[in-house]
Design a binder for this molecule. Structure first.
Ligand code: FES
Length: 108
């Protein structure tokens, strides 16, 4: 089931936002092209919130040790993390952002 997060206009480009949907921490990111992504917020290397990290070249970088997770696939492109984070379905309906944590688009 999709859950309304906020208005799309409330998300600043390259400024990750942490939300909890159905008990799952999610990092919501609007990339420089304006596409909104939702990926698991917890780094797979340690208990770090990825939404406190940095957006760069289609990735969200963990501030702790620098692993960069691809926004479209959840895959870490750089060590030390080697397990992906889940990627959730995002819908924009009438200017509002909806995230569906039951619909994992990519997790491997
Ligand atoms: S905790 Fe994220 S890279 Fe180490």
């Amino acid at each position: 089931m999709s859950t309304k997060i906020c208005a799309e206009a409330d998300i600043a480009v390259d400024s990750p936002m942490r939300v909890v949907v159905d008990g799952i921490a999610v990092a919501v990111v609007k990339d420089s092209a304006g596409t909104v992504h939702a990926i698991g917020d917890t780094c797979t290397h340690g208990d770090i919130s990825l939404s406190e990290g940095f957006v760069e070249d289609g990735t969200l970088e963990c501030w702790a040790h620098g692993s960069k997770f691809e926004l479209t696939t959840g895959k870490p492109l750089t060590l030390p993390a080697y397990e992906p984070v889940p990627v959730f379905r995002v819908e924009i309906i009438d200017g509002d952002v909806f995230v569906d944590t039951s619909d994992v688009l990519a997790s491997n």
